[in-house]
Design a protein around this ligand. Structure first.
Ligand code: ADP
Ligand code: TRP
Length: 331
């Protein structure tokens, strides 16, 4: 039986953080056992917001090296840069013809900017470029062009995948045949939203991240900065409402989780101690990643070769989807 296809992409808009790791990279890598997998760097998506060439090219390399450091095996995963697959952009144009403007108006990211503009009494579309407005169409093309069955992502991306479903379904309905495969989102429930240092969702845009490859010293400093309440050391504490414990659960073994939860409930443990425990398990998991990351970034030519080989494997698949669609469309 043919394996199903899993695909996901990460925008290179800054350093990877543990939200990206648990929300996107780790679940995606876990799927490599049972799926055919296609993972990529969404560099044209990043161009919507990143206009500094040096920053963008560093970020592209960082995200690529990040995937590899986290364990991506380029012999098992088709691993490439979005910008290396021109067929994606051709498909985007074809999808545009089946995407109502109203659908784009409803996209959360666009709506949030319009709302902010309205609140500030700016022009509603101030700061909105067409790349941003049509973002979900490019993302649909990324997904659809590789016949993806499942798309592992964090919760915030589910709406985009539902839009890709809508677009693919309306094309299939129009041509009365399954021209394009309809994808499904795959959200990891226990890490759907990784909290940041301030308790909000961890995100580059909030400046509340724990970077995946932070040097040990910085990692420790960041963890010590996690916001806590003013409960005294001797008071019993509820692990389930503690940011520190929520993060701890991502890194610790079940028996470690049970032990720390018991110390919370018993009282007598201050927040400083809980943070030390958190640092210990975070550093245990991230140290080997950090070392691999340094080795990979020290060999940029090697990284380029891996990505070029991935693009070579990816392009024939993309071309086949385009051919199918063009034929159905009469082009
Ligand atoms: P950011 O919010 O930092 O800009 P991105 O939007 O680039 O992150 O997200 C890249 C991937 O990581 C997406 O699949 C997204 O769903 C996932 N992700 C980002 N932040 C988190 C988080 N705090 N918890 C879970 N998943 C996340
Ligand atoms: N929009 C995604 C994000 O911001 C990145 C992305 C681009 C993506 N194309 C994709 C994710 C295709 C999954 C599938 O995180």
């Amino acid at each position: 039986m043919n394996k199903k296809i899993a695909l996901t992409g990460i925008k290179p808009t800054g350093s990877l953080h543990i939200g990206n790791y648990f929300g996107a990279i780790k679940p995606a890598l876990a799927l490599t056992a049972n799926y055919e997998t296609r993972y990529f760097i969404a560099d044209y998506h990043a161009l919507n917001t990143m206009k500094d060439p040096a920053e963008l090219s560093v970020s592209i390399r960082e995200v690529a090296a990040g995937w590899l450091a986290a364990g991506l095996d380029p012999d098992k995963v088709i691993f490439y840069r979005q910008s290396s697959i021109p067929e994606v952009f051709e498909l985007t144009t074809m999808l545009m013809a089946f995407t109502s403007k109203g659908l784009m108006n409803r996209a959360h990211a666009y709506k949030a900017i319009v709302q902010e503009n309205n609140e500030k009494q700016n022009d509603p579309d101030a700061g909105v470029n067409m790349g941003l407005f049509t973002y979900p169409v490019l993302m649909a093309a990324d997904i659809i062009i590789f016949d993806s069955d499942v798309v592992p992502v964090g919760k915030d991306q589910v709406q985009h995948i539902e839009m890709a479903q809508d677009i693919a379904q309306s094309i299939n309905a129009n041509y009365k045949q399954e021209v394009l495969r309809v994808p499904q989102p795959a959200v990891q429930e226990n890490s759907a939203v990784v909290p940041g240092l301030d308790g909000r969702k961890m995100s580059k845009s909030y400046g509340n991240t724990i970077p995946l490859f932070a040097p040990e010293k910085n990692l420790r400093k960041l963890i010590m900065r996690i916001v806590t309440n003013s409960q005294a050391m001797e008071e019993p504490k509820d692990p389930e409402t503690s940011q520190i414990f929520l993060l701890y659960k991502l890194f610790a073994l079940p028996e470690e989780q049970a032990a720390l939860a018991a110390r919370y409930r018993a009282g007598g443990m201050g927040w400083g101690e809980a943070k030390e425990e958190l640092f210990r398990v975070v550093n245990r998991e991230l140290s080997p990643l950090r070392e691999r990351f340094q080795a990979i970034t020290a060999d940029p030519a090697g990284l380029d070769r891996i990505l070029a080989a991935g693009a070579e494997k990816a392009r024939p698949i993309a071309a086949a989807t385009l051919r199918r669609f063009r034929k159905a469309a009469g082009i």
